[in-house]
Design a protein around this ligand. Structure first.
Ligand code: CA
Length: 475
């Protein structure tokens, strides 16, 4: 047995034909708790659930910086923001950098990127690309290819599904392929397909138990944000004017029902289009040798803590859904609680393709986890950093932190890099500490509790160790 390659690595080493195809389906801002396979109480996603039924569900897959552009860069490069240079929404990914698609191309894979790219510069490493400009729009969107721009009539999610199937049908069938299919949905402003405009009409969507969170003892993450359901959702988000005199808890409950329904309507189209791809793989007998992944660039607050959006290091924002199916490798209906990161995706794909990880990639392959085993280097603690302070829209203070299986420590330090503006939280810096065993919802900041001081001191040491390990600099 070839040492260090793992099941799929051995398969790959045996010959080109057996290397798995990889279809990476990623949506934008789709929280795990809006997927029925993850126990959603608010919607059903029958097609995404097919991946859970036939494969493995990761419960603790996390992003390293919970915002669109940086997460995409981390996935492609296998590097943290401070290494790949994409810290915020405003940064460009340098096309000259190495990425997972370039590596797979070198390994003989045919590569394609379809949908939301959001990294400013044109994609590199892809034989074919057809992307939305920037965020793109939901209705009658324009797409860009190497040949230029073209506007299409129709709904964005369905068009991305069409282009994905078109590419699969027309691909070079002599080569394994790596296809990234990136949906724009369900990103704000949550505009559903016309056919789902009335889905959930007359239905009351259950509220999260902490929709009316008062953020007691959490000054930084409460006073500094502009992402509160009700107070900060706009007419563009909700599509209707706020009734006169509506405020406080009543406003929050009213706005929650409106935004969450549109969010879930957008999810429904994503689910449909995941189903179209899976149906195609079944019909073409490709399913057996194709790794299919469903994930999202980060999580999202679904009214949790009274928020929409992401950015913060709290669980709902930090967690990415991650479902993977590769018959013969993933065990149907299996679940893993091991912690993995978005920077680990690229090394995992390379291992599955039998290609060595380039030195600059910081992530660790979790191919063993997909195969139902334990990773060679399990992550006992993960490092997170959000850099985009004071962006004018959300006012989330920059912060970094460490999460273990049991605890989370977050340090809000204020203003990094050259971000400018008048807003400066008066509470900076501030620490938050959560006991995740007792407090899954992160409702009680126990940073000052005497009984936890020993654990907190150890976590500070671990935080410093992780920063050094990944080459980041403390604030
Ligand atoms: Ca996103």
């Amino acid at each position: 047995m070839a040492a260090g390659l793992g099941t799929a690595g051995v398969l790959a080493a045996a010959g080109t034909k057996q290397r798995p195809n990889i279809i990476f389906i990623m949506s934008d801002d789709h929280a795990a708790h809006a997927i029925s396979a993850y126990g959603s109480k608010i919607n059903k996603t029958p097609n995404i659930d097919r991946l859970a039924a036939g494969g493995v569900k990761l419960n603790n897959c996390f992003c390293t910086n919970s915002i669109c552009t940086p997460s995409r860069a981390a996935i492609l490069t296998g590097q943290y923001s401070h290494k790949n240079g994409v810290y915020t929404l405003n940064d460009k990914l340098d096309g000259a950098r190495n990425n997972v698609a370039k590596e797979l191309q070198q390994a003989g894979y045919q590569t394609a990127m379809i949908g939301k790219w959001h990294l400013v510069n044109d994609p590199t490493g892809f034989d074919y690309w057809n992307i939305l400009p920037g965020q793109g729009v939901y209705y009658d969107p324009t797409f860009i290819t190497a040949a230029g721009k073209k506007q299409y009539s129709g709904y964005c999610t369905d068009l991305i599904g069409d282009f994905t199937l078109d590419w699969l049908k027309g691909r070079d069938k002599t080569k394994p392929f790596f296809l990234m299919c990136h949906h724009k949905a369900p990103h704000r402003p949550w505009q559903p397909a016309p056919k789902y405009a009335h889905l959930f009409d007359g239905v009351e969507i259950p509220e999260p138990d902490n929709l009316l969170d008062r953020h007691v003892g959490m000054a930084a993450s409460s006073s500094a944000v502009k992402m509160r359901v009700g107070e900060d959702t706009t007419k563009t988000d909700l599509k209707v004017d706020r009734p006169a005199g509506l405020e406080g808890d009543a406003l929050k409950k009213w706005a929650y029902q409106l935004y969450i329904k549109d969010y879930l309507r957008c999810v429904q189209s994503v689910d449909d289009n995941v189903g179209r791809v899976l149906d195609y793989l079944d019909a073409e007998k490709l399913a057996e040798n194709t790794l299919v992944i469903y994930t999202s660039d980060q999580g999202f607050f679904l009214g949790d803590h009274g928020f929409f959006d992401k950015r913060l290091m709290y669980e709902e924002s930090l967690r990415m859904p991650f479902l993977a199916r590769l018959p013969g490798v993933t065990k149907p209906g299996s679940v893993s609680n091991d912690m993995v990161l978005n920077v680990d995706f690229a090394p995992t794909f390379l291992e599955l393709a039998g290609r060595a990880k380039p030195a600059e990639m910081q992530g660790r392959s979790f191919e063993k986890i997909l195969a139902g085993g334990k990773p060679k280097e399990p992550r006992k603690a993960v490092y997170y950093r959000y850099w985009m302070h004071n962006d004018g829209d959300h006012h989330v203070p920059a912060h970094y932190g460490v999460r273990t299986a049991e605890y989370k420590l977050i340090y809000y330090y204020g203003k990094p890099l050259e971000m400018t503006g008048s807003f400066e939280p008066s509470t900076m810096p501030e620490w938050e500490f959560f006991d995740l065993k007792k407090d899954k919802r992160e409702m009680v900041n126990r940073y000052a509790e005497p009984g936890y001081q020993g654990i907190i001191a150890k976590l500070k040491v671990e935080l410093a160790r992780l920063q050094k390990e990944v080459g980041d600099t403390p604030a």
